[in-house]
Ligand binder design. Structure first.
Ligand SMILES: [Zn+2]
Length: 329
């Protein structure tokens, strides 16, 4: 093509040369397509300012390799909520131009990637917006929190979460020969939490229900695994269950202070679905809640400590359902 060469300052024939360029991005060499003009007259090379931006391509490739967000994803996410760059920057606690630079292709850090990914979860964005109370106008804030809470409720699925967290484990002596049944676990937790139940006692009730059912029918109810902790047998990762159920608005978890000790009370926010259980399971759940009705947390803890299942295992160890034959109820 014809053009003005910046070197010889004449209108000459310019050849567009396609090439590869290696760009170092944070110590990583990245090869990208590049092009430049070569003057037929003097042989000088110069940049094609309208051509691909090699640095932008290198950044794009670098982000792609690390599964980092691309500028249009950041921008699209912000626009989805109708937020301005300035508003979102304030919500994230970033300086005024940071977000604008990222949306225009600047390479963000791993730390900022982490913040963005977390903020993209509605649940976390709600918290950030609540904390940055003056980041956005009141009416917008109100509308946005409503939208986000609705999205958060919809996103919650105990099935999906428990599978992600616990995987698909094989039914064996530690799960009572049943695969984790998240519906039954959820409903058993709700069943024992109607009207409020201290977490310590709730954990023991779950243990007794599963082990008692195993004792009588050679299979557990929920497929949950139990471990030996200081205060007795508890479902493995129980804190995770409770926090997720509370996040999904199935369970309220309240702090309660007893002298110098803080306990946690779980309160079912929805009715348990007893249809999720077989008749034998419903029967055992009722037997267990009735048996321990008058027991306080300390008493049921003491009672559980005398179980062979507990006495014959060590702190942190999983408890085999095979001990259920010696269960004291
Ligand atoms: Zn020239």
């Amino acid at each position: 093509m014809k053009g003005i060469c910046p070197n010889c300052e004449k209108e000459t024939e310019l050849e567009l040369v396609h090439t590869k360029e290696v760009i170092d991005v944070r110590g990583e060499p990245i090869e990208v397509d590049a092009e430049f003009f070569k003057c037929a007259e003097c042989g000088a090379d110069f940049e094609n300012t309208r051509g691909p931006d090699a640095l932008a391509l290198a950044y794009r490739e670098y982000r792609h390799r690390r599964d980092m967000l691309q500028p249009e994803q950041i921008c699209g996410w912000r626009k989805q909520y109708g937020l301005t760059q300035n508003e979102l920057s304030r919500i994230l606690g970033w300086g005024g131009v940071t977000l604008s630079r990222y949306e225009n292709g600047a390479l963000h850090s791993e730390a900022h990637e982490k913040i963005l990914r977390l903020a993209m979860e509605p649940h976390n964005l709600i918290t950030l917006i609540e904390e940055a109370s003056d980041a956005i106008p009141e009416d917008k804030r109100y509308r946005l929190l409503g939208e986000l809470r609705a999205a958060d409720d919809e996103a919650f699925s105990f099935d999906r979460l428990s599978e992600e967290r616990f995987g698909q484990y094989a039914p064996d002596e530690f799960s009572g020969y049943r695969k984790l049944d998240s519906q039954k676990l959820l409903n058993a937790i709700l069943f024992f939490s109607v009207g409020g139940q201290l977490k310590t006692k709730l954990n023991k009730l779950l243990f007794y229900a599963d082990f008692k059912h195993f004792k009588e029918y050679s299979i557990s109810i929920t497929g949950a695994r139990y471990v030996h902790l200081q205060y007795g047998p508890v479902p493995d990762n129980y804190d995770y269950y409770f926090s997720e159920l509370s996040r999904g608005h199935y369970l309220g978890v309240e702090e309660e202070i007893f002298g110098n000790y803080t306990g946690f009370k779980c309160v079912a926010c929805i009715e348990p679905d007893l249809g999720a259980f077989d008749p034998s399971e419903r029967d055992i759940l009722k037997q267990v809640i009735n048996y321990f009705r008058e027991f306080g947390s300390a008493e049921i803890m003491q009672f559980s400590h005398e179980e062979a299942a507990y006495a014959s295992t060590m702190e942190g160890e999983p408890i085999s359902y095979l001990h259920a034959k010696d269960l004291r109820i």
